[in-house]
Ligand binder design. Sequence first.
Ligand code: ZN
Length: 225
Amino acid sequence: MRTTSPLPPEKQWELQQAEEARYRRGDAIASILCFCCLAFVAVPRFNSWADAAIAWAWMGAPGWRLLQLPQGSETPAKRGDKLGAYQVSDPYLPCENPAKSTADCRTWEGYPRAHLGVDVGMPTGAPLYVPSDGRAAKAKITCSQSAGGGITASIALDNSKLSFRALHLSQCLDGTKAAGEVYAYVGSTGYSTGPHLHWEEYRDGKLVEPSFRYLEQTVVGAKKP
Ligand SMILES: [Zn+2]
């Protein structure tokens, strides 16, 4: 019967030394990585670079390009567009590549950020009306609440690819509503600096640049189809 003989003490010591050196190297690499991560979070200059890198990686994702309004669609809502007594105060800004240009970005807390809807300065309590694409006679209103968006209404038109979201509301009325009916009231809930409507448009569930037509209908009131 064969038994494995133990390594001679000097060999054991050598192995132990090699093992410890490996651990020390691992620790050093981990410390450097940790320091780099902290530097990127703590130093504002690095922080903005990291933001730009993340934004670039994220905006470069193929899905992002779907945010562009498809050709032949409705006229988009622009800054200053009149909606009855109100107007578009903040336009849609996709902020596609902040590392290259921030012309299509909005500055938020010192950093370039996308604004994926349009804002309309409106007083708290102003009613919002169910829009229509000319065919949909009703819409399903789903109310929700989040820290950022505050009280939010999701508006899904009947038998349509179109849906919308209205954020920062003071009140949302859940259920099925007819085109032209009131479904919510403007407010300043969530991350909002004052009463306004933040309006988003979706086609097949994908965010697109909001059209003037439906925004006007929700602010001013839609005709029944
Ligand atoms: Zn907004």
